[in-house]
Design a protein. Structure first.
Length: 368
């Protein structure tokens, strides 16, 4: 899907644009549009802009990194004034559930206070825009299906599902969703919300499930599998998510939310075993990689099942995922095998050495 933005959008502010999903959005904007991209990112442990030079000097000149922490209200307001955006795409968030269990305060500061500061800055910006620009302006808040809690064996999350967050991470994202909705209803800020399922693909920080499994298996280390491995996630290839985000941001109805899922329901055990099978084909000298799968103590409050009904965004905006799970997973495995040096460099730079996080006191720790 090629990006086609309305002519009214010339300047786009992407928060979290050095993160996994945000960087995918920025890459697409640089590759397929002529807009000015203002990339607001605090450049934390998982931030990375590797490969920007591939887009050529002209595209790089359209990209400006604003190294700002959204929890700093003054710096956030100054960044919004500098960007003078026609569209804000708010992806900046602390997003790792295990880290939120160990340090919830960072998640409240980044995801709740940070979103509040950005909303206030965007509101001030919106209220001084001339009528034509104000009519076209949008604030797009990107969230997660985890705000809805946990499903049983049947059913899917939709835009009408009640919120029921279970972890510090999902609670902080739920709070930010409610703030965005309130700024629309109270102040008239033209917002669009999206809630997505689990993303995967190239350039994801190596602490998340799929890259962890690849990295551990290649190294011949134990592959951790939480609990019985039966927790279900609805997997969404990141480029399909970018398609949905740009559609929602430019064609979504103000005040409306859209759920984005990839029809990729798999148990964690199925995902891990599928990766092992792909690695057996590509690295037969290490086969069978499934011998490395090692059950570990489950995460506290681990939601059993997520699944998304993307009917609204399909019917109203014409979005459908382009990559079946198997195709996206094979492409992801191949990318990581070609970029093992990048994974190692990211781990070293962040100081994360592969240990498991997010176990409550007294349970002990397992090497991940």
């Amino acid at each position: 899907m090629t990006v086609s933005l309305p002519s009214s959008i010339q300047r786009v502010l992407v928060t979290g644009g050095a993160g996994f999903i945000g960087w995918a959005v920025v890459r697409r904007l640089l590759a397929e549009t002529s807009v000015q991209v203002f990339n607001l990112d605090k450049c934390g442990y998982a931030s990375d802009l590797t490969g920007i030079e591939q887009f050529g000097e002209a595209a790089v000149q359209r990209h400006q990194l604003l190294q700002v922490d959204l929890s700093d209200a003054e710096a956030t307001a100054a960044a919004v004034r500098q960007a003078d955006p026609d569209l804000v795409m708010h992806l900046a968030a602390e997003s790792h559930v295990d880290r939120s269990i160990d340090g919830p305060g960072v998640f409240v500061s980044s995801n709740v206070l940070g979103t509040f500061n950005l909303l206030q800055a965007a509101r001030a910006h919106f209220e001084q825009l001339p009528a034509d620009r104000a009519q076209a302006f949008r604030f797009h808040h990107i969230s997660t299906d985890e705000v809805f809690g946990s499903l049983g064996e049947q059913g899917r999350f939709s835009e009408t599902t009640p919120y029921d967050p279970r972890s510090p991470y999902s609670a902080s994202k739920a709070a930010s969703d409610h703030l965005v909705s309130a700024w629309h209803h109270t102040y008239g800020l033209p917002v669009v919300l999206t809630n997505c399922s689990n993303n995967f693909g190239p350039w994801q920080f190596p602490e998340k499930l799929i890259p962890v499994v690849i990295f551990k298996a290649v190294a011949g280390e134990p592959i951790p599998l939480y609990g019985d491995g039966g927790n279900v996630r609805d997997w969404l290839y990141v480029e399909d998510h970018v398609d949905a985000l740009l559609l929602a941001a430019t064609q979504g109805q103000p005040g409306r939310s859209y759920c984005v899922g990839g029809y990729g329901e798999r148990t964690n055990k199925q995902v891990v075993e599928a990766i092992c099978t792909l690695l057996d084909q590509r690295l037969p000298q290490g086969a069978p990689h499934s011998r490395l799968i090692t059950p570990v103590t489950d995460r506290p409050g681990h939601d059993r099942r997520y699944a998304i009904d993307p009917g609204r965004i399909e019917q109203e905006l014409g979005w459908t995922p382009r990559h079946p799970f198997e195709q996206g997973l094979a492409a992801t495995v191949d990318w990581y095998l070609d970029h093992l040096g990048w994974c190692q460099a990211m781990r070293q730079r962040s100081g994360w050495t592969g240990e498991r996080q997010g176990l409550s006191a007294g349970q002990g720790r397992h090497s991940q």
